[in-house]
Design a protein around this ligand. Structure first.
Ligand code: NAP
Ligand code: GDP
Length: 335
């Protein structure tokens, strides 16, 4: 007996992370449909860098659909330190000493191959706008992924992610698989990694403001504050992911982003955190720290042709909700 007609069994890898938790919440809040069964997994269920464990997971779950989020993820400063690990395992003592090294190219290859083997009908993987060429025209669009080298700060992560797009096209060309990918901009929200050294800018700033408030010290923003980013709230991204899973049938990836007009500087992002946290202390900029990529302004034109009326949560509201979540969940938050 196979699955009933129309039944969807959706496996979400990386289900315990920032984006995975947001999809869990949106599904639990009513976005899940009758006939859909959602299975969220973390590294505790299977280490996806390991081909045998990945295969066993897919054979056990037999997903008809996969949202593939699992990855070694980090902010600018973690990427600068560990480009090799962001690409793949390298077997050195340094790698063995790193408990969190995740080896993205292995994870992606194992997941796509296991999905193919069990006959998964659709896989939606996750790329990122930081994988686009560094020297480019703006706004960046979906056609430009392979046009030139990525920014030097995160080339390991970027090339590993770009290879997902290569594999998706190859699985389609050779086997007709609907394996596709989305390209989100900088994501933030509840359950983010608030570790200051390893995490992304918004969770890092939220944690730093929390500490500055408790100790009465200044907030130090790293870099000049001039680089620009488009931030997407994890709960908005979750709703878009579910739409892509159900409705989007192209193999070509799709950028999931707020509009170009909603891009903000790091200084403006820091001001939003300061306001949301009610911080009244001094704010300084440590210009000895890297600015990373100056900007990676992406077009959401393709998304808008499909979903002209999608409403993004206003940035300040989403920052406020994330700050409240962090303050209320300080003990359990990843930090
Ligand atoms: P995250 O919070 O760090 O979560 C990572 C997830 O991957 C966790 O569930 C983790 O499981 C799982 N994972 C890591 N290594 C694994 C392994 N070896 N085997 C099995 N599972 C493993 O990351 P996120 O921010 O939600 O990112 C989700 C996706 O979005 C990633 O593909 C990322 O590249 C992409 N993305 C993120 C951003 C952003 O700003 N955060 C922007 C663009 C794209 P454990 O909890 O068990 O460790
Ligand atoms: P990126 O968007 O991939 O570059 O990654 P991030 O989310 O880590 O953002 C990096 C940008 O934020 C750079 O311009 C940093 O100089 C700036 N920034 C300012 N303060 C912080 C901080 O506390 N943590 C991080 N990760 N970046 C910061």
């Amino acid at each position: 007996m196979g699955e009933p007609q129309g039944h969807m069994k959706i496996l979400v890898t990386g289900g315990s992370g920032l984006v995975g938790r947001a999809i869990q919440k949106v599904v639990a809040d009513g976005a899940g449909l009758p006939g859909e069964e959602w299975v969220f997994v973390s590294s505790k269920d299977a280490d996806l860098t390991d081909a045998a464990q990945t295969k066993a997971l897919f054979q056990k779950i037999q997903p008809t659909h996969v949202i593939h989020l699992a990855a070694m993820v980090g902010g600018l400063f973690r990427n600068i330190k560990y480009n090799l690990d962001f690409w793949a395992y390298h077997g050195s003592l340094i790698a063995l000493a790193l408990p969190l090294q995740r080896k993205n190219v292995h994870i992606n290859d194992n997941v796509l191959h296991s999905a193919f083997e069990v006959g998964t009908r659709k896989v939606v993987s996750c790329l990122s706008t930081c994988i686009f060429p560094d020297k480019t025209t703006y706004p960046i669009d979906e056609t430009m992924i392979h046009n030139g080298p990525p920014h030097s700060s995160n080339f390991g992560y970027s090339y590993a992610k770009r290879m997902i797009d290569v594999q998706n096209r190859a699985y389609f060309q050779q086997h007709g698989c609907t394996f596709t990918a989305v390209i989100p901009t900088n994501v933030f929200g509840p359950y983010d990694n608030f570790n200051i050294e390893d995490g992304h800018v918004l969770p890092g700033l939220i944690h730093k403001v929390h500490l500055a408030k408790s100790s009465g010290s200044a907030l130090t923003v790293w870099g000049t504050g001039k680089p620009r980013r488009q931030f997407i709230y994890s709960l908005d991204l979750a709703r878009l992911f579910i739409w892509v899973l159900r409705e989007y049938s192209e193999v070509e990836p799709i950028i999931l982003s707020v509009g170009e007009e909603d891009e903000v500087s790091i200084k403006e992002a820091a001001e939003a955190v300061v306001e949301a946290m009610g911080f009244h202390g001094e704010v300084t900029f440590d210009t000895t720290k890297s600015d990373g990529q100056f900007k990676k302004t992406a077009s959401n034109g393709k998304l808008r042709t499909y979903l002209p009326n999608f409403q993004f949560t206003p940035f300040k509201q989403a920052v406020k909700e994330t700050c409240t979540w962090f303050t209320n969940n300080y003990e359990q938050a990843r930090k």
